[in-house]
Design a binder for this molecule. Structure first.
Ligand code: SAM
Ligand code: DTB
Ligand code: SF4
Length: 330
């Protein structure tokens, strides 16, 4: 059985947020911000349950985009260009992820957009992973209408495509594709009837107004994404952003809280950068309303906390995977 966690949002005259209003949330006293975010979390979610997604890079390296944070771009020295994984390898990894407790399996590819041939293989992967009883997610770059339809028919539950940053800062990071291209792909995914997973990266040198600008773009989508990954930049060797100054961890926590307040019913995912975070900072992120993580020792090319470390952290915090029952009620 597929563990579908969410019905698509029916919209809804949700609030339209100005960037200034969001910036004001960022500037609240920390305790006030955390208190409000935790209250909103409790209106919509079990505050101790965490949704677990495992990532697999099904096609690594050699990408024709120039995203400044990414080690898979052929514009800068990073990982080598590998060929796409075979369907059987993907299914094996998905089975292992399910065994370890993940509810969703996300397949990522270093493409600007998939070709027709790529789509044939991905459709097969999606069908087989879904047949295991897992939720499916893919992140393959830009999609056209025919491709969104193919993925929907195959049974894809979520499509991940990030806005990455505010429109005003975007040109500092990526030059090979426009902000509007990203919005168009998200619109097609929504129109095809799949759940939208879209978020961004913080700590790329953006200022507070630009961080608020990213959240405004996401929160003002109609409807806003069901899943919102907030990534802390992982500074990967060879990328133009490798030497960027560290973001104050409390500013990362604030970003999670502001995402929670502006998108109350979304799963807010504490995404890339967890391996470099202390348990205490992660605990603050959960308090701020994060209720989803990437689970498994690898993201796409970068590391993620070991499963044992995450299990220990969940135990320490009295948290449990979304699919499991609260141990205290068992
Ligand atoms: N090629 C597809 C695309 O760009 O849409 C899918 C894969 S891409 C790696 C998915 C997302 O991962 C990016 O949009 C970005 O938000 C995030 N990401 C990539 N490298 C990162 C890094 N070094 N630190 C944090 N997030 C990163
Ligand atoms: C998302 O927002 N973060 C994930 C997923 N969506 C595809 C990717 C993080 C990538 C981190 C760098 C790497 O592994 O290369
Ligand atoms: Fe390519 Fe995606 Fe990396 Fe950009 S983020 S270079 S599109 S793999």
């Amino acid at each position: 059985m597929n563990q579908q966690t969410q019905a698509p949002f029916e919209n809804s005259a949700e609030k339209i947020w100005s960037v200034a209003e969001i910036e004001a949330l960022f500037k609240l006293p920390f305790n006030d911000l955390m208190y409000s975010a935790q209250q909103v979390t409790r209106q919509h979610f079990d505050p101790n349950a965490v949704q677990l997604s495992t990532l697999l890079s099904i096609k690594t390296g050699g990408c024709s985009e120039d995203c400044g944070y990414c080690t898979q771009s052929s514009f800068h020295a990073g990982v080598e260009n590998k060929k796409m994984l075979e369907v059987e390898e993907v299914v094996k990894a998905a089975k292992a992820a399910k065994e370890a407790g993940a509810g969703r399996f996300c397949m990522g590819a270093a493409w600007r957009e998939p070709s027709a041939e790529d789509m044939t293989a991905v459709v097969e992967m999606v069908k087989e992973v879904r047949a295991l009883g897992m939720e499916t997610c893919a992140t393959l770059g830009m999609l056209n209408d025919e491709q969104t339809e193919q993925l929907r028919v195959a049974g894809l539950d979520y499509y991940n495509h990030n806005l990455d940053t505010a429109p005003e800062f975007y040109g500092n990071i990526i030059s090979t594709r426009d902000y509007q291209d990203r919005l168009d792909t998200l619109e097609r995914v929504r129109k095809a009837g799949m759940h939208v997973c879209s978020g961004g990266i913080v700590g790329m040198g953006e200022n507070l107004t630009q961080r608020a600008g990213l959240i405004a773009q996401l929160a003002n989508m109609n409807p806003y994404p069901e899943s919102v990954p907030i990534n802390n930049l992982v500074k990967l060797e060879g990328t133009p952003l490798a030497e960027t100054e560290d973001l104050d961890p409390l500013d990362f926590v604030r970003t999670i809280a502001v995402a929670r307040l502006t998108m109350p019913r979304a799963y807010v995912r504490l995404s890339a950068g967890r391996q470099q975070m202390s348990d205490a900072v992660q605990a603050l992120c959960f308090l701020a309303g994060a209720n989803s993580i990437f689970y498994g020792d690898q993201l796409l090319t970068a590391g993620n906390p070991e499963v044992d470390r995450d299990r220990a952290l969940m135990d320490k915090l009295g948290m449990y995977p979304l699919a499991d029952k609260c141990p205290a009620m068992a």
